[in-house]
Ligand binder design. Sequence first.
Ligand code: AMP
Ligand code: GLY
Length: 423
Amino acid sequence: MNILLLGSGGREHAFAYKIAQSDKTSKLYIAPGNAGTSSCGENVSINSNDFIEVKNFSLSNDIDMLVVGPEDPLVNGIADFFAEDKDLKDIMLVGPKKLGATLEGSKDFAKDFLNKHNIPTARHKSISIENIQEGFDFLDDLQAPYVLKADGLAAGKGVLIIDNVDEAKTSLKDMLNGQFGDAGNTVVIEEFLKGIELSVFVVTDGRDYKILGAAKDYKRIGENDTGLNTGGMGAVSPVPFADKDFMDKVEKQVVIPTVKGFEKDGIDYKGFVFIGLMNMNGNPYVIEYNVRMGDPETEVIFPRIKSDVVELFEAISTQNLSNYSIDIDERTVTTVMLVSGGYPEAYQKDKEITGIEDCQDCIVFHAGTKKNESKIETAGGRVIAVSAFGKDIKEALKLSYLNADKINFEGKYLRTDIGLDLL
Ligand code: AMP
Ligand code: GLY
């Protein structure tokens, strides 16, 4: 089978790593990929948001399957574009159509979906400039801290958590007045949920589902969860506090009603569902949906999938998941992200990366890297994720950190406390 994978991060290297292991894969192309994906297949420089370009490439290279890594092409409707084009409709596609992708693209839409299907989530109100007074009144009703979310995609920056009610009201006004551009034309005000966060990853063919596992990521740049938010500085899977009892509740109260909700609402969803959850006193509450895998969560979830992922993708896109059984490794995987100095603010690029060849007993997933002749150089804020297996978190972390120390580039930074709160 010829497969085209869209994306360029650590997530896509983890996808490519597993796809390349499948006997079903004849040729794998990654667009645009990174220095790591080029050892799993061929990187091609096409723009995944230019659907005509993706179409032309797919037709001229006999692509049988399109796997979409990031959310943007999904929110922009790449799955609809393929389904509606007579030359492309037979290409298997992993990723929901635009309506399903709106679960990530609009927080207001996601909250309506959650409430409609009785899935536990924080109380909320959606506010636009016309009903701003309702927003002020709702804030007066809530207890601090106050959660304000720009409705649309805001590059992970659109959520504010504010301690003081007057500041929350000012921020509400600022958001509605364009602080996050059009993404903030509607603002979701939410009750604050106090608990421990984790994510659960699910695949669905729109009728059936399989749970890939739970992961915890570490979003802040600084030790002990301090400083600015990042795309993720490390991750652990499985999560010890997501025990059988909790995961049973997640399945019953969240996963099943979500997949049934897709069917009831006529949402044609074939792909990944990334469910951001708060564990409050042993009960799950949905914080958000994403319509893709997480990064760096994929770097701990995918290595644990023992089954052939191309067969899994095939089952998703041909609605055959009910006949598919998935085998997940019981061991723990941890990943530690190496980032460029300055990240998540302005950072330098084009720094030579050394030491990757000295790594042992781990998987080095590339994120922001590129090849420059025989050298590998940094090309992004998050550079490399070092994933390792262990019988428990401690053993896995030891290998992740041992190998993370072997890799060097100017300005390299990492958190040294990934997973320690779970020990
Ligand atoms: P979101 O983009 O909706 O995932 O929000 C970003 C982050 O804000 C989440 O990962 C949580 O840490 C936090 N957050 C969002 N909503 C809430 C909430 N209702 N209560 C507490 N924390 C929240
Ligand atoms: N690590 C969080 C995300 O992928 O959105």
